[in-house]
Design a protein. Structure first.
Length: 456
């Protein structure tokens, strides 16, 4: 019985592992080590060290001189290569991106001479030759420096070939890729599911650009292991802490004072009299902080953003004008119809004041009832909208072969009258609570086998 339980546990673990491998948010470092004559060097020791965290991993080249590190966290790394009879070779500034392979080949020299090479200066260092996948990786610098509406870094996918806006379609933060529907895209956060199954698009949107490390967008030719998507695979990778304390603080202010009057507002008598749109402001306060809990071992990262929106909104109601009300009362004197009495009482404060139109009442018992006048009533009201978003992440090195991370996201929205603002007395508020969490464990069994377990 105990053996059967153990077998079930191992099978379940491997099943989770297979899913995780197909949706990784990390990168790969690989290469071939050769001697001065170009012959491969088996048995060479490769040490991969994170420049920001100090975390290191080791591997050994096989009989073909090949080595490979899987499930490497994003960042900048140093690779040191040593082999018996050869001088040590160190390559610095190796950039690891999500779902990409950084190829670091090396040619050792005889003797004890030590050489250091800056990979950035090497020709072709940034080329991807391991797979035919198309798309791109949106870097931290692009996220923080390029302008884009909505503060959602995923919008920068529109800068990539084959990606176009999803005009007139449904979906939250989605787009069309290679002509496919917006629902065809597969959205991930840190390699795990983040799809809105109701209207397509992203389930959870991170709108604090300083909290995102990278956005990986694969538009075609990606491996079948990703699955689910006929369009693009879009993976948002959150930031993590390093050996140095770092953080950001930002404030954003926007006002409707300099906005143009919309077509709808141009029919609102209040807006026409004012000469500019309804007053409104948006204030966004955001900040991040990250650093070490235990240097070279445990790191933290946290982010907070509060979005306060205050405006004078308006709702448009189709109802009777004063002439229409008088005509309706003429047809149905007080007490003649309980429904008419109730309607006129309920709409007493919402008399149409724009866009009048006559509606024919038709003929009843040979008598033409004439027309009744309807129009639009614009109701102005104070709109208050509060968004708060939190992000917390912890990364911990359990041992030489194991690394554990945990991440939690929270987004709350409170919008009085946000549900519907119709006739007075029939209003509704809107509240929203979104949460996303993940626990991930990476275990390196050998130079050729790495397992990622992700629970979300």
């Amino acid at each position: 019985m105990k053996i059967m339980r153990a077998a079930i546990f191992v099978t379940t673990l491997l099943a989770f592992a297979l899913v995780a491998v197909g949706q990784t948010s990390r990168g790969t470092v690989s290469g071939v080590v050769a001697d001065p004559a170009g012959a491969v060097v088996p048995g060479a020791t490769i040490t991969l060290t994170g420049s920001d965290t100090g975390l290191s991993r080791t591997a050994t080249t096989n009989d073909e001189g090949f080595y490979r590190f899987d499930a490497v966290d994003l960042g900048t790394y140093t690779v040191q290569i040593t082999a018996t009879g050869f001088g040590a070779l160190t390559k610095t500034n190796i950039t690891v991106n999500a779902n990409q392979t950084s190829v670091v080949d090396a040619q050792l020299t005889l003797g004890g001479q030590q050489i250091t090479v800056d990979v950035v200066a090497e020709a072709g260092a940034a080329l991807q030759t391991e797979a035919p996948v198309r798309g791109g990786n949106i870097s931290t610098q692009q996220i923080t420096e390029l302008p884009f509406a909505g503060r959602n870094p995923v919008a920068l996918a529109l800068t990539l070939p084959g990606v176009s806006s999803n005009r007139g379609g449904f979906g939250v933060g989605t787009f069309s890729v290679n002509g496919a529907r917006g629902r065809s895209n597969n959205f991930l956060i840190d390699g795990t599911e983040n799809n809105d199954i109701s209207v397509a698009g992203q389930g959870f949107q991170i709108t604090n650009p300083d909290a995102v490390a990278e956005v990986s967008v694969q538009t075609s030719n990606y491996d079948s292991e990703f699955g689910r998507a006929g369009g693009a695979v879009v993976n948002v990778i959150t930031k993590s802490g390093t050996n140095e304390f770092h953080g950001t603080a930002a404030f954003f202010l926007d006002s409707t004072r300099d906005d143009a009057i919309t077509s709808r507002e141009s029919r609102n008598p209040v807006v026409i009299a004012r000469g500019h749109p309804n007053s409104g402001t948006q204030n966004i306060y955001s900040g991040t902080i990250g650093g070490p809990i235990v240097r070279n071992r445990t790191f933290f990262f946290g982010a907070y953003q509060e979005d306060r929106r205050r405006s004078s909104a308006s709702s448009q109601l189709a109802t009777l004008t004063q002439a229409g009300r008088d005509r309706l009362r003429q047809l149905f004197p007080a007490g003649a119809s309980a429904n008419v009495d109730l309607y006129l009482a309920a709409t007493a404060n919402t008399v149409a004041n724009a866009s009048p139109i006559n509606i024919a009442l038709g003929t009843v018992n040979g008598v033409d009832r004439g027309n009744i006048e309807f129009g639009d009533f614009f109701r102005n009201f104070a709109s208050i909208d509060n968004f708060r978003q939190y992000q917390v992440r912890i990364d911990h090195k359990l041992g030489e072969e194991d690394q554990l991370s945990g991440r939690f996201l929270s987004n709350t929205q409170d919008n009085p009258l946000g549900g519907v603002a119709g006739f007075p007395g029939f209003d509704a508020d809107f509240t929203s609570r979104l949460y996303n969490f993940q626990v991930a464990e990476t275990h390196v069994f050998s130079s050729a086998l790495t397992n990622e377990l992700r629970l979300s």
